[in-house]
Ligand binder design. Structure first.
Ligand code: CA2
Length: 145
């Protein structure tokens, strides 16, 4: 049976490709989803891909993934820098967690330099654009093989 990974996206990432292309590029979140699904298929993984602007949805989906998945890729977006709730939820998971940021958060405003989620992440990918999601999927496939 295929291993399952959740790819979770935080607030405003539904605007990817529609605003601020100089920071986030031209590809939309739908593009990212289909690229991840194609790659996951090649690697024998099943992807559950979701986005929400609400912190509690992300917490609920992490709790769902605890029961249903073998790994998470998460771009918590602005909640990276604020959310102990998302960190607590991830800390209950026994599987690998990869944190992705499309932009290089360390080259941006100082409030973006710290991520609560990084304390739990097994791997962190920043500044690779949306290719970061594909690198994360590949990394999970390697870890889970
Ligand atoms: O670089 C990333 O992936 C971020 O997680 C994106 C977040 C930001 O708050 C983090 O500091 C870094 C913002 C997501 C908002 O995405 C937009 C996309 C297009 C247009 C406007 C916002």
């Amino acid at each position: 049976m295929s291993k399952v990974i959740y790819i979770l996206n935080g607030p405003n990432l539904n605007l990817l490709g529609k605003r601020e292309p100089e920071i986030y590029g031209h590809q939309t979140l739908d593009d990212v989803q289909s690229m991840c699904e194609t790659l996951a298929d090649e690697l024998g993984l099943k992807v559950i891909f979701r986005q929400s602007n609400a912190e509690h949805d992300l917490v609920d989906w992490i709790q769902e993934a605890r029961e249903a998945a073998q790994g998470i890729v998460i771009n918590p977006a602005a909640y990276s820098h604020t959310s102990v709730a998302i960190l607590d939820a991830l800390n209950t998971c026994d599987f690998p967690v990869v944190e992705v940021h499309v932009s290089n958060i360390h080259q941006r405003e100082s409030f973006r330099h710290h991520s609560y989620v990084s304390a739990r992440a097994n791997a962190i990918i920043v500044g690779c654009g949306v290719e970061g999601y594909l690198l994360a999927v590949r990394h999970l496939a390697t870890r889970l093989s």
